[in-house]
Design a protein around this ligand. Structure first.
Ligand code: BES
Ligand code: MG
Ligand code: ZN
Length: 504
């Protein structure tokens, strides 16, 4: 359990437990620090200088203090420097919050109170400050220890208290509420991804989505493997054929209740395990392939969040779910799939399965809904992880307006995006001599992330559409203190929520 309360500075003095204070780099000589020095330790600034603590982002300084014979701690957390715009970035603040949580864990402090910095330092409102603080705290606090039995390895901070100082407390409460909903969504998403593939199968993830839909009043539709075959979703069916576990196609809908409201479509790749199929992956490449449903997890979790935040747009989420595994029934290289929109593709490599299931989902979305945009999220290509590494997801779109909206949502939310060219010059790479297209690009064109996106573009004819490749960002992202270095990040949830909340 984690409780976050807002408590006034008077009822939560520094002498109790652990209090984190955020300090700006190279500006340690402030009235507050002087006052702390005066009360607790006159040599504070000297001691900081001696330990080379300057307030750099990623650094901290612990001051043990004694009050009425009890030991308490003041934890100074570096925020780093202001940028060119004269502000400390929200991302610096998120990381500083992450470092505070990590420090508390290292010291095994079970509760942590934090003095909230002033929102103006970051160019945001008090409500946003509270929202971003709660999200960073809860994301940093996330852990996946369901399968760990050693209690010594299960230590967690259990109480977080936020202490305002001249903030608008009503705005803080409002922002915390939003932050709680978003953080819960992100962490749920991470848990589904972190669950082993034997626990989180296509049917299991569909069931989770159904429970969420029921609890949040969303409409829910699911098609099973037989219906998927009958409907002519030949891509999803082809990928699932080798597996004994049934594939699923999940649709969740949020209706805002306003007339003529725009409708956004979210699509997420949901391969609950990607062995590569008959084009089997080498062992090392398969290790983390339980994460191949990260896109689906993100869109399902976003729906849970948005059902609570209630934006003035309708949203439809589509999640094609399957397991990609070989057997005597499995699809073979050389097979041809016919998709929901009637197009055909030669399956030259069964490991390029994500685009096959997305093709059907995108076709279905376009045929049955009138959408103002479609955004798909997919752990689609290793090439994207190579090109951009773990910090930026690849963004591809023909629609500059949708890109601008996504970039704004990206800057606000912290889910970073980098646009790659979706240029028709690459299109010949996926021409097939015997079908409409083929599911891998010919070698001469390289650019596997772009040719994968161009494959998908065959299944979106009329809707502004953006494809986001999260292969590098969904799992095992190093160095970010509000993530864990191992495991799922929940990338995409904050982004989609911001996109929908800003749409208007
Ligand atoms: N799920 C993988 C992509 C992936 C790779 C995700 C690394 C996360 C980390 C995808 O299904 C895949 O196997 N793609 C192939 C495509 C290739 C055969 C054209 C790849 O990237 O190697
Ligand atoms: Mg694959
Ligand atoms: Zn895959």
């Amino acid at each position: 359990m984690i409780t976050i309360q807002v408590r006034d500075i008077k009822s939560a003095p520094l002498e109790k437990g652990v209090t984190a204070l955020f300090v700006e780099q190279d500006t340690l000589d402030t009235p507050l620090l002087r006052e702390i020095a005066k009360i607790y330790f006159p040599h504070l600034l000297h001691a900081m200088a001696e330990q080379k603590f300057s307030g750099k982002l990623g650094s901290s300084f612990v001051l043990p203090i004694v009050h009425e014979q009890a030991i308490a701690h003041i934890l100074f957390i570096g925020l780093g420097k202001r940028g060119q715009n004269g502000m400390i970035s929200v991302e610096q603040y998120r990381r500083a919050v992450g470092y505070a949580v990590r420090t508390a864990e290292q010291y095994r402090w079970s509760s942590l109170q934090m003095r909230l910095p002033f929102a103006q330092n970051f160019g945001i409102t008090d409500a946003q400050l509270a929202e971003y603080t709660v999200i960073a705290l809860k994301m940093a606090h996330y852990y996946f220890d369901e399968f760990i039995t050693d209690p010594m390895r299960k230590f967690h901070v259990t109480n977080f208290t936020l202490i305002p100082e001249g903030h608008d407390v009503a705005a803080l409460e409002q922002g915390m509420k939003t932050g709680r909903a978003i953080a819960h969504g992100v962490n749920q998403c991470r848990r589904w991804i972190d669950l082993p593939p034997a626990y989180l199968t296509p049917v299991e993830l569909a069931t989770v989505a159904q429970k969420i839909a029921k609890a949040q009043g969303l409409s829910y539709t699911v098609f099973g493997e037989q219906e998927i075959n009958e409907m002519g979703m030949g891509g999803l069916a082809a990928v699932s054929r080798g597996s004994a576990r049934d594939c699923q196609f999940v649709i969740m809908e949020y209706h805002c209740g306003k007339k003529n409201a725009p409708t956004l479509g979210f699509v997420g790749k949901g391969i609950t395990f990607d062995s590569g199929g008959l084009s089997i992956k080498p062992a090392e490449y398969m290790e983390n392939m339980k994460d191949d449903m990260s896109g689906a997890a993100a869109v399902i979790a976003s729906m849970e969040v948005l059902a609570q935040l209630k934006p003035s747009v309708n949203i439809v989420a589509f999640a094609p779910l399957a397991e990609n595994i070989p057997s005597d029934k499995a699809t073979k290289p050389g097979d041809i799939a016919t998709f929901y929109n009637g197009k055909t593709a030669e399956i030259k490599n069964t490991d390029a399965e994500g685009r096959l299931i997305l093709a059907d989902a995108l076709s279905y979305a376009e045929k049955h809904y009138t959408l103002d945009c479609i955004v798909d999220l997919a752990t689609l290509t290793g090439a994207c992880a190579h090109a951009l590494g773990p910090f930026y997801s690849g963004l591809m779109s023909f629609d500059d307006e949708l890109v601008a909206r996504l970039q704004k949502a990206s800057e606000q939310s912290g889910d970073k995006l980098w646009r790659l060219p979706l240029d028709d010059d690459y299109r010949p790479a996926i021409k097939s001599p015997i079908a409409d297209i083929q599911n891998i690009g010919s070698k001469r064109y390289m650019a596997g992330t772009i040719t994968a996106a161009l494959f998908l573009s065959n299944f979106v004819e009329k809707t502004p559409w953006a494809h986001i490749d999260i292969a590098g960002t969904a799992f095992n992202v190093p160095d970010l203190p509000y993530y864990r270095p191992e495991g799922a990040t929940g990338v995409g949830v904050r982004l989609l929520v911001a996109l929908a909340m800003n749409w208007q």
